[in-house]
Design a protein around this ligand. Structure first.
Ligand SMILES: [Zn+2]
Ligand SMILES: [Zn+2]
Length: 653
């Protein structure tokens, strides 16, 4: 709470803290707590990595961390006591890179869930989705997502539109692959999209065709976007549902703060509306996507547009009730280093096969990938960002893209030596060894998606061949960057990958997946088991820091959250199993049993389930008190497409 005097009047800036409990607990004049969580292993993640037994919460903040005995002194008549039963309590997860509405949207569509499906199984799954929505009209598109095309192709063969035309429906159907590179459609969809044998392939895309030249079902890259352009945009109501679905998934997995990595107006409107209705169960941070063409041409104009959006977000003094913040500019530097796209910007070319499939001969080709900004235009954009008081989050997968960003930061630091600027490079899938130390030297965060450090269809095979042995040996350099002093942050990139936080953390530690986990490529085939390469891994402490204190730093929330310390928000999670002691191979086999945001339980399972209901309604009531803004002006224009297309231009990450 911030009090300030303006023209003689005392006004409360931003928020009012409601319901501060006053009264005495066990004596000594100590105020009793709203909630005491005791009998656990409290992993504080503070600077000294202290471990305690109990935490007391008052007015949404941490009022005490220490022993059970001392916590007892904070228990008064109205204190809710949660017995941890020896379980691990830690700061809530901070997911520093995901795509919220796209993730929520995927949950609401026909979700093929990355499963390994034959063509027949694929058809059965789609029919099940159709049958589950009998109310859908004949013109309502059936959109299916998270289809693992590579699996279907390897088990069976690529499907055609005939497979979908055989389903019992007249609805148009579009099935999008989990890497977003392919869309399978039925004949009705092609008709509605006006795509026929006479339609040429678009730039950057291909319609797979039959012998007569007719598109046969699969549309690749830009051809897929051309087909899906026929799908009506999501309505306001649809977008709100997506936001709600995302929040439900986040709280179930213990994510109490997140950053949307390709946000725009729809995200701002949806989450502000959910804030006002008391439904926000995570702290929302939006990285506002800039358009590369505009940003190259007129960087200051583009940043001015971002600034206009960020001005509609909540002020930068966060309250304990979840808010919607926006103070980061999102930039896409390149595409992806995964085959067959090969669009990540590399310092030396991708390899190409001049032999045959049976007797391959991989030699350096000519493709260096694509850089979406010139060094000069990026530097101009970065300066404009700093001058606007904003930070920058940059997608860069190839070593040339990463180096271009580091160079721009170096120039920015020289030009604005006093500026408080926190740049982060997302993905960093390949980084030149000579650049490892520059992350620390220039204070640039490496925001990694740990789950990419597993052997998977997108990382080995063609991708491995195209990158070549030397580059592949140092792919996904989280451990090397950490050893070089970089601040490592984790972001799931959901829904580009399955949302499975413990799997991601496990891969961060072991650089290998879990064959028992259907979200892990290791469950597909033995070739995907074992470490991706011999590059160093992270420790358990490293990955926990990456998803708590370091992620809080990226969002400038390190004073408010990310550790369990006095005065910080009571954003806490209880784990089913102790992440610090389970065997390596079982690191992904864990669950969040309780999620607390600002002192309110927002999700709980098993023995903790009884703690959730009254607390949840309390959150809603308090959030309404804390959000005195009117609900007017939260209408969402139906012209805005629902899913952000941050990675839609050919990115699969
Ligand atoms: Zn990305
Ligand atoms: Zn992303």
């Amino acid at each position: 709470m911030k009090l300030r005097t303006t023209r003689g009047a005392l006004v409360v800036a931003g928020i009012v803290i409601a319901g501060i409990a006053v009264g005495c607990g066990g004596g000594d004049g100590i105020e009793s707590a709203d909630v005491v969580l005791r009998g656990g292993k409290v992993v504080t993640m503070d600077g000294k990595r202290r471990v305690a037994q109990a935490v007391a919460v008052r007015a949404g903040r941490i009022a005490f961390v220490g022993s059970d005995a001392d916590a007892g002194k904070r228990i008064g008549a109205n204190t809710k006591v949660i017995e941890l039963g020896g379980r691990m309590l830690m700061p809530g997860f901070v997911d520093a890179h995901l795509h919220s509405l796209a993730g929520g949207r995927a949950l609401l569509l026909c979700d093929l869930n990355y499963a390994r499906l034959t063509r027949t199984q694929l058809a059965q799954k789609l029919q099940t989705c159709i049958d589950a929505t009998p109310e859908a009209g004949a013109d309502t598109w059936l959109e299916a997502v998270n289809w693992d095309r590579q699996s279907t192709a390897s088990l069976d063969a690529d499907p055609t539109r005939a497979l979908l035309d055989g389903l019992t429906t007249t609805r148009p159907i579009a099935v999008t692959s989990s890497d977003f590179h392919s869309v399978l459609a039925n004949s009705r969809a092609f008709t509605l999209a006006g795509i026929s044998a006479a339609t040429p392939d678009p730039a950057g895309g291909t319609f797979v065709r039959d012998g007569s030249g007719m598109p046969s079902g699969i549309c690749e890259d830009a051809a897929g976007f051309q087909l899906k352009a026929a799908i009506p945009p999501d309505s306001e109501a649809d977008q709100l549902k997506q936001g709600r679905a995302a929040l439900a998934a986040l709280r179930a997995q213990g994510v109490t703060t997140f950053m949307d990595a390709a946000a725009g107006d729809p995200h701002l409107r949806v989450f502000k509306a959910l804030r006002d209705s008391g439904e926000l169960t995570a702290r929302v941070n939006l990285a506002i996507n800039v358009d590369a063409e505009n940003a190259n041409a007129a960087p200051a104009n583009e940043i001015a547009k971002v600034k206009a959006l960020t001005a509609q977000a909540d002020a930068d003094a966060p309250a304990q009730a979840p808010a919607v913040r926006a103070r980061i500019v999102k930039v896409f530097m390149d595409g992806v280093v995964n085959a067959p796209a090969d669009t990540g910007a590399l310092l030396t070319p991708y390899l190409q096969n001049i032999g045959t499939d049976a007797a391959p001969q991989w030699v350096q080709g000519t493709n260096l990938g694509q850089l979406y900004y010139t060094p000069a235009s990026l530097q101009a954009l970065m300066l404009a960002t700093v001058d606007a008081g904003l930070d920058m989050h940059l997608h860069a997968t190839g070593d040339r893209a990463v180096r271009t960003v580091l160079d721009a930061v170096a120039a920015t630091r020289l030009a604005r030596p006093q500026a408080d600027f926190r740049p982060a490079i997302a993905h960093d899938e390949t980084v030149a060894v000579a650049d490892y130390g520059r992350f620390a030297a220039l204070d640039v965060m490496a925001t990694m998606s740990f789950q990419w450090g597993q052997r998977a269809p997108y990382s080995i095979g063609d991708t491995e061949n195209h990158l070549g042995a030397e580059r592949f040996a140092r792919m996904e350099p989280s451990g090397s960057l950490k050893l070089a002093g970089a601040r490592i942050v984790h972001g799931s990139d959901w829904p580009i990958d399955p949302f499975d936080t413990f799997l991601a953390l496990k891969i961060g530690v072991t650089r290998s997946g879990d064959p028992t986990n259907p979200h892990s490529a290791a469950s597909l085939a033995p070739v995907f088991e074992g470490p991706i390469n011999a590059d160093p891994s992270l420790t358990r402490d490293d990955v926990l820091a990456a998803i708590t204190v370091n992620a809080a730093h990226q969002l400038r929330l390190e004073k408010q959250l990310g550790t369990i310390e006095l005065g910080k928000f009571a954003d806490l999670i209880v784990l089913e199993r102790d992440f610090l002691t389970v065997p390596d191979e079982e690191l992904a086999r864990n669950r969040v049993l309780l999620t607390m945001v600002g002192g309110q339980v927002v999700a709980a399972l098993d023995t903790f389930a009884a703690t959730v209901a009254p607390q949840r309604s309390a959150l809603n009531a308090k959030a309404r008190v804390l959000s005195p803004r009117g609900s007017a002006g939260h209408a969402i224009p139906s012209s805005v497409p629902g899913a952000p297309h941050g990675h839609g231009d050919g990115h699969n990450h």
